[in-house]
Design a binder for this molecule. Structure first.
Ligand code: SD4
Length: 312
C-alpha cells in the first residue's frame, strides 16, 4: 500500500479525508496526522476532543495529547493542559525534543506560550450544559466509563515514503478528577509506532488500558509475526483475560492499528466500535468492528446503522 490511514470513531471521518488528501498527493505522515486531528480539535460538534469537549468534575477542561514518529521512536506528549487550542500541535513539536518531551499542565502551557501556540477558552455552552446536567446526577466517580460513542481521537498513518506516525487527542473521561491522566498521552499504553513494524493506538477507559500497555502489545504481537488483525484481537483478548477477576469487570477498550504495509486491524470489548479508514485502494470510509466474544467481525454500516448512531 502506498499510503494508509485509520482513525477512531465516526468523528474521525472528515479528519481522515484531510489526511487522505495529504497522503495521496505524496505529503508526509506528520502533516496528515496533525492536520486531521487539528480539524477535530477545532470542531465544536465533537464532544470529547478539543474545543467544547468533556469537563472534569470541577467543570474545567483538561486536555491530553500525544504524537509519535515511527521512524526514530521520538514522541511528544502533554497532559492536563488548559486552554491550549490545539494540543496535538504542541505534542507534535515536543516530539522533536530528546528530553523534556512529556510535559504536564503548567509546564506544558508555558512551553506552548513560549512557542507561540494559540490559547483559547475551550469551554463552550454545550460543554457547560453537559457538566451542569451530570453534576446533579448521583454518579459514581469511581466507576467512570468512556463517554458513550466516542472519546479519544487516535490516528495512525503510513505515507508513500514508508514513514509511519500516530497522534492522539482527548479530554479524557467525563467528570474525571482534576489532574487525572488516562492512557492517551502515555507511550506504550495509548499509542505506539515503529515504522519497521506498525503503529497502534487505544481508546476507552485509560485506567484499564494502562494496566497492560495495550498499544505496544499490538506492536509486539506483530513483531512476533502476527498479522495486524490477529495482533489487535490477541492483544485485547490477553489483556481482558489478565484483568479478569470476579470482583472487577474491565471498562470498555478499543484499539486500531496499521502494519508497516498499511493493512489495518481493530478490536474492541464494546459491542460495536466504529472507525474510519482510507488507503491507496479506497477513499475514506466508515467501518464498524463488532465484538462476538472477543472475536471481531468488521462490516460496512448501512443507512439504518448510521441513522441510529447519533453521537456526533
Ligand atoms: C482516557 N482513554 O482518558 C481516554 C478516554 C477515552 O474513550 O479514550 N475514552 O482514559
Amino acid at each position: 500500500m502506498k499510503y494508509s490511514m485509520i482513525g477512531t470513531w465516526k468523528m474521525a471521518f472528515n479528519g481522515v479525508i484531510i489526511g487522505e488528501n495529504i497522503l495521496k498527493n505524496g505529503g508526509n505522515v506528520k502533516d496528515a496526522i496533525e492536520n486531521a486531528i487539528t480539524y477535530i480539535e477545532d470542531n465544536p460538534n465533537f464532544n470529547s476532543v478539543g474545543y467544547g469537549s468533556l469537563p472534569n468534575i470541577e467543570g474545567e477542561l483538561e486536555l491530553d495529547a500525544a504524537f509519535m514518529d515511527g521512524n526514530d521512536l521520538s514522541f511528544g506528549a502533554i497532559c492536563s493542559v488548559k486552554n491550549i487550542k490545539n494540543p496535538i500541535k504542541v505534542a507534535h513539536l515536543l516530539s522533536n525534543s530528546k528530553r523534556n518531551c512529556y510535559l504536564s499542565s503548567r509546564g506544558a502551557e508555558k512551553f506552548a506560550r513560549l512557542n507561540k501556540f494559540e490559547f483559547k477558552n475551550m469551554l463552550n455552552d454545550i460543554a457547560i450544559d453537559r457538566w451542569n446536567n451530570e453534576i446533579q446526577k448521583n454518579f459514581d466517580p469511581d466507576n467512570l466509563e468512556a463517554y458513550d460513542g466516542h472519546d479519544t481521537v487516535c490516528m495512525v498513518a503510513l505515507d508513500s515514503n514508508k514513514n509511519m506516525g500516530v497522534g492522539v487527542s482527548t479530554s479524557g473521561l467525563f467528570m474525571k478528577q482534576s489532574g487525572r491522566v488516562g492512557d492517551s498521552p502515555v507511550i506504550g499504553s495509548g499509542f505506539y509506532c515503529d515504522s519497521k513494524i506498525g503503529g497502534a493506538a487505544a481508546t476507552g477507559v485509560g485506567e484499564d488500558i494502562m494496566k497492560g500497555c495495550l498499544s505496544i502489545s499490538i506492536i509486539n504481537n506483530m513483531k512476533m509475526g502476527q498479522d495486524v488483525q490477529s495482533a489487535c484481537e490477541n492483544a485485547l483478548k490477553d489483556h481482558v483475560n489478565r484483568l479478569k477477576n470476579p470482583n472487577y469487570s474491565p471498562g470498555t477498550m478499543s484499539v486500531i492499528a496499521l502494519d508497516k504495509n498499511g493493512n489495518f486491524g481493530v478490536a474492541t470489548n464494546r459491542d460495536e466500535f466504529p472507525f474510519i479508514v482510507t488507503c491507496e485502494n479506497f477513499s475514506t470510509k466508515i467501518l464498524v468492528c463488532r465484538n462476538n466474544n472477543l472475536s471481531m467481525e468488521i462490516f460496512e454500516p448501512d443507512e439504518e446503522w448510521l441513522n441510529n448512531y447519533d453521537y456526533d
